[in-house]
Design a protein around this ligand. Structure first.
Ligand code: NAD
Ligand code: IPM
Ligand code: MN
Length: 351
């Protein structure tokens, strides 16, 4: 029995989570994946109603009573500070110490890349998920005056860097991938860059079968557009990983397709599409649900349900081949129509 905590969240979050849940339900019936879901009303509506993002008690219950968490998206123009999203999403990442943010970016159908030519892109981004500039260390002095000073520290620890770098190398070794690329800005930020580079070399020595190189983030941003096929595994800091993973998602068909996992191996896991709440298209049936569905597939695989995960991934590819996709990919199907196609296809999959 898998105990799943579901946080649909804001904007298109509930729309894409509806589809992911329908897909999981079919997996229950079809592949015997036993799921016990509890849906949590956490997001902007709740924050505006009660003035709280998530209480300590809710946090404890949600995390204690779940084996995995599935999240849609958080962020709402009515909460311009974005405080509830930080409390909930970053709260879960930090408090559960989900230090691995794994964002695979594979080009499923070449015609969905904005890049020219027949490309083969399969980039595995490993983003450090608990440190960096996301720790909100710092503050503001003389706010709102011309003398204002704002400080946002970039916190990096040897242990924090070592564990994400190790996971990236293990991933490359286990999949027979040739190279791990460290992405940093060591030329302009030598203190943090120096730490990452030293740890990267030290840990890399333990994986002689895996090649390694280090590149500056600006050059990687350029090179991902120029020759994305030359990247396999990327390991990087919290902020650079956030940016690089949106870029890598876009060249493989867009944010609507991109899945992710937030992991502390052996402890807890949270799965979510890479995209946000997309207020510009919310409520119109335009949201591509495939990022959420593929995140659910990652969850199934993580929980040991390989057969179901493989079937969901195959259904996603099938929907793309069949031309049933949303307008971000140039299609005309609605969110629900894509969901319907996926569930029908999974229902009729051969034993
Ligand atoms: P966004 O990812 O929500 O949207 C960026 C663009 O991509 C928009 O044009 C949007 O319409 C499009 N898009 C995103 N997902 C799509 C989908 N599934 N199908 C079709 N088109 C899609 O990023 P943003 O506009 O910068 O942020 C909106 C809000 O979401 C903000 O409050 C932000 O903080 C939040 N956010 C939350 C998460 C999360 O919860 N994990 C991630 C990113 C952004
Ligand atoms: C993401 C998002 C979050 C992040 C925001 C909403 C804080 O952009 O998950 O990629 O920056 O980590
Ligand atoms: Mn992001």
């Amino acid at each position: 029995m898998v105990r799943l905590a579901v946080i649909p969240g804001d904007g298109i979050g509930p729309e894409v989570i509806d589809v992911a849940m329908a897909v999981l339900e079919v997996c229950s019936a079809r592949f015997g994946v036993e799921l016990e879901c509890r849906v949590w009303d956490l997001g902007a509506d709740r924050f505006l109603r009660d003035g709280v993002s998530i209480t300590d008690e809710e946090f404890d219950t949600l995390t204690r009573e779940s084996d995995a968490i599935l999240l849609g998206a958080l962020g709402d123009p009515r909460v311009p500070s974005n405080v509830h999203a930080r409390d909930i999403l970053l709260g879960l990442r930090f408090k559960l110490d989900l230090y691995v943010n794994y964002r695979p970016c594979e080009l499923l159908a070449p015609e969905h890349s904005p890049l020219r030519g027949e490309r083969q892109i399969d980039i595995h981004v490993f983003r450090e998920n608990t440190e960096g500039v996301y720790t909100d260390m710092g503050g503001v002095f003389k706010a709102g005056t011309p003398q204002e000073i704002a400080i946002q520290e970039d916190l990096n620890t040897w242990r924090g860097v070592e564990r994400i770098v190790r996971v990236a190398f293990m991933h490359a070794r286990d999949r027979g991938l040739a190279r791990v690329t460290l992405v940093d800005k060591a030329n302009a930020m030598p203190a943090v860059g120096g730490l990452w580079r030293r740890v990267f070399s030290e840990v890399g020595e333990e994986f002689p079968e895996v090649g390694r190189d280090a590149m500056y983030v600006d050059a990687v941003a350029m090179d991902l557009v120029r020759r994305p096929e030359s990247y396999e595994v990327i390991v990087t800091s919290n902020l650079f990983g956030d940016i690089i993973s949106d870029l890598a998602a876009e060249i493989t068909g867009g944010l609507g397709l991109a899945p992710s996992a937030n992991l502390h191996p052996g402890q807890h896991a949270l799965f979510e599409p890479v995209h946000g709440s997309a207020p510009d298209i919310a409520g119109q049936g335009l949201a591509n649900p495939l990022g959420a569905v593929r995140s659910a597939a990652m969850m199934l695989r993580h929980l040991g349900h390989d057969e179901a995960a493989t079937a969901v991934d195959a259904a996603v590819r099938g929907s793309l081949r069949a031309g049933v996709f949303t307008s971000d990919l140039g299609g005309s199907a609605s969110t629900r129509e894509v969901g319907h196609w996926l569930t029908e296809s999974l229902r009729t999959v051969e034993e």
